[in-house]
Design a protein around this ligand. Structure first.
Ligand code: URA
Length: 315
């Protein structure tokens, strides 16, 4: 049994260890890590015992304090800072954190629900648009997916009404995000040369847009919920535009509009139909810039096919 100074030392050592635990626990809470009382976790207790220096040595402080306190004070410490008081403090903190987490969870769930409702109602909301300008306006104020938080500008697409060809890419890149215009970067300039080669020009024959109207950070692939949130805008644009043909550049646009889940290499070739409109699939200009040896020839084939469709449509 411990007596006198030794007992006080022991009590204070426990108190300091508990204080240390509380600090650790607060740290865990602040970092959003699971909180586990070391006192209640035998595994951690034995781990910490194995780790030399895991708990700092408080003995010098304890000795200086024990020199000035009476046994009565030590009893008080036992009451105030002893194991059960600390455990009670733990459970109080845990409880308030649990309530806080539940509140955040409820709020997030509510947010998700209203977001889901908004996305589900999007087709009707967009269907009410009569003009491309109206769509562009709705796109510019859209907050239906997280991309609205990182975009500089939305890129609804632009060009002429009743175009010979509607070109559909994947999503804006950095330059499009900065300007609000589709395909204005390196890939866009290259795309212009493709179109020039079959005598089609922006401002006269084309409407250019994307599946996704806002730039995904780091140009990553658009996520399924971003695609779902955005696609009604494009579908409405196609209905208003009634292009003679559609050219999908790249896998994402091709997969979504042809409803196929295969690679672009296997998709290109046939003439598809989107609501009766002939649709051709080809590689994305960025991919061709990266690998011209492999992709230039097939793209040229696809462009000739597109050109023949326009010619046959009698324009
Ligand atoms: N790539 C795309 O798919 N779309 C753009 O608008 C620009 C680059």
């Amino acid at each position: 049994m411990l007596m006198g100074d030794e007992m006080q030392e022991d009590i204070l050592q426990k108190a300091f260890e508990s204080l240390w635990d509380i600090m650790e626990m607060e740290e865990a809470i602040l970092q959003n890590k699971p909180v586990k009382s070391m006192l209640q976790d035998p595994q951690r207790q034995s781990e910490s015992a194995d780790q030399e220096g895991f708990l700092p040595d408080f003995s010098a402080v304890i000795r200086s304090v024990t020199g000035s306190i009476s046994t009565g004070d030590a009893d008080l410490l036992q009451d105030e800072a002893g194991t059960s008081a600390v455990e009670e403090a733990y459970s109080l903190i845990e409880e308030s954190r649990r309530q806080e987490r539940e509140k955040v969870h409820r709020e997030k769930e509510q947010e998700r629900k209203s977001h889901r409702e908004k996305v589900e109602k999007l087709p009707e909301y967009v269907a009410s648009c009569r003009t491309l300008e109206e769509i562009a306006w709705k796109v510019s104020e859209c907050t239906r997916c997280q991309l609205c938080e990182t975009r500089k500008r939305a890129v609804p697409g632009n060009g002429v009404v009743n175009p010979k060809v509607m070109i559909i890419g994947e999503a804006p890149g950095a330059e499009e995000d900065a300007s609000g215009e589709p395909f204005v970067g390196r890939a866009g300039k290259y795309l212009d040369t493709w179109m020039g080669a079959i005598k089609l020009f922006r401002g006269r024959d084309l409407f250019i847009g994307n599946i996704i109207k806002c730039r995904p950070p780091g140009n990553r692939d658009p996520l399924p919920d971003e695609q779902k949130a955005c696609i009604p805008f494009l579908r409405r644009q196609i209905r208003i535009l009634r292009p003679k043909a559609i050219l999908c550049v790249g896998r994402i646009a091709a997969q979504i509009l042809t409803r196929q889940d295969v690679g672009i290499g296997r998709m290109r070739g046939p003439v598809y139909r989107y609501e009766g409109i002939p649709l051709i699939v080809t590689y994305h200009p960025s991919a061709v810039l990266r690998n011209p040896e492999s992709y230039r020839a097939p793209v040229w084939e696809d462009l000739q096919k597109l050109s023949a469709i326009i010619r046959d449509a009698g324009s």
